[in-house]
Design a protein. Structure first.
Length: 327
């Protein structure tokens, strides 16, 4: 069955067609980076306007790229939250309208659940500990099957991606800041500055990155001539140290022999390298999503929706509701 997925939770306007929850026939993303770059972050009103301008084009292109006609669409799915309210409305109303016109079911999807499933598309392994790490969220989730999961811990303040962007702004780097820090860190010394590793050695699976962000701010005030590459490398290493340590500890605590990472920050080259090394040493399987599935996209929305199909294992949310533990 072909599901048309729509994603408009923040600043990407995306549409995709996925067959049977595993075969990605198309995955189209309209970026708004250039629109928001002058402001150093996402402006909600501008984001909603861009979604309105792009959504029809993205849906049409997704169907064309997939080689699928309207008559071959079996269901429509769209992100229902969390996200920017004004942006979500564009995708939700578009999806509901298309579903009504076609006479097919409309399936709302939790954005965080979709991220959780992104590295598992066509590659599911249960049980698995998933690290969801993005601009708005940082959490560890234990998944034992479709719709069956337990949130182990999450950030108590800033998300890791938010910390990356804020530190990048302190350094005067271009938006989005995460990729810029990743790029410059390769030229720096990760051991140059002993930034704190908040909660790394504490029991439990909570995260905290606000103190690290503040430490960078104070360091820059005291050392205005500090090498930017060293600051980037040292800050990045502090974040990655905590993420890797907590993730491997969660796998050990749950007995999961598979670990996955999802979300935009999972594209960070140092995080990927450190997770790969740590999992190899622990004899744990690591699943990393393709780059196009790490940032916000509609393929993950459509793939997740398949498991909520009436004939599927969850029957439109029977069992664990989409928002439980992740919203």
């Amino acid at each position: 069955m072909n599901i048309l997925g729509i994603e408009t939770s923040c600043d990407e306007t995306a549409a995709a067609v996925v067959r049977d929850g595993t075969v990605i026939l198309s995955n189209v993303v309209g970026s708004q980076v250039e629109v928001h770059r002058p402001y150093g972050g996402v402006v909600p009103e501008l984001a909603a306007r861009q979604h309105l301008e792009l959504i029809d084009r993205m849906v049409t292109q997704a169907l064309a790229d997939a080689g699928v006609t309207w008559a071959e669409v079996g269901a429509v799915a769209a992100t229902a939250g969390p996200g920017l309210a004004s942006s979500l409305l564009v995708g939700l109303n578009t999806g509901k309208g298309i579903a009504a016109a076609l006479g097919v079911p409309f399936i709302p999807v939790n954005h965080m659940e979709a991220h959780l499933y992104s590295p598992l598309i066509g590659n599911a392994a249960w049980p698995v500990v998933v690290l969801i790490v993005s601009g708005g969220h940082t959490m560890l989730v234990h998944v034992t099957g479709p719709g069956r999961y337990e949130r182990l811990g999450q950030t108590m303040d800033d998300a890791a991606g938010e910390a990356f962007d804020k530190v990048a702004k302190l350094l005067g780097l271009a938006y989005p800041g995460g990729p810029e820090i990743d790029r410059l860190a390769r030229q720096g010394d990760a051991a140059a500055i002993p930034f704190p590793r908040s909660l790394r050695d504490e029991p439990g699976f909570q995260f905290s990155f606000s103190g690290l962000k503040t430490a960078v701010r104070y360091y820059l005030a005291r050392h205005p001539a500090a090498a930017v590459a060293d600051v980037c490398a040292s800050f990045q290493e502090a974040v990655v140290d905590v993420l890797v340590a907590k993730t491997l500890r969660a796998a050990a605590a749950t007995g999961a022999r598979t670990v996955a990472a999802a979300g935009g920050v999972s594209l960070n080259s140092r995080l990927r390298a450190r997770l790969t090394q740590a999992c190899e040493q622990a004899g744990i399987r690591l699943l990393l999503a393709d780059a196009k599935l790490c940032t916000d996209n509609a393929a993950m929305i459509a793939a997740r929706a398949f498991h909520k199909w009436p004939t599927g294992p969850e029957s439109f949310g029977v069992g664990v509701a989409p928002s439980v533990g992740l919203g």
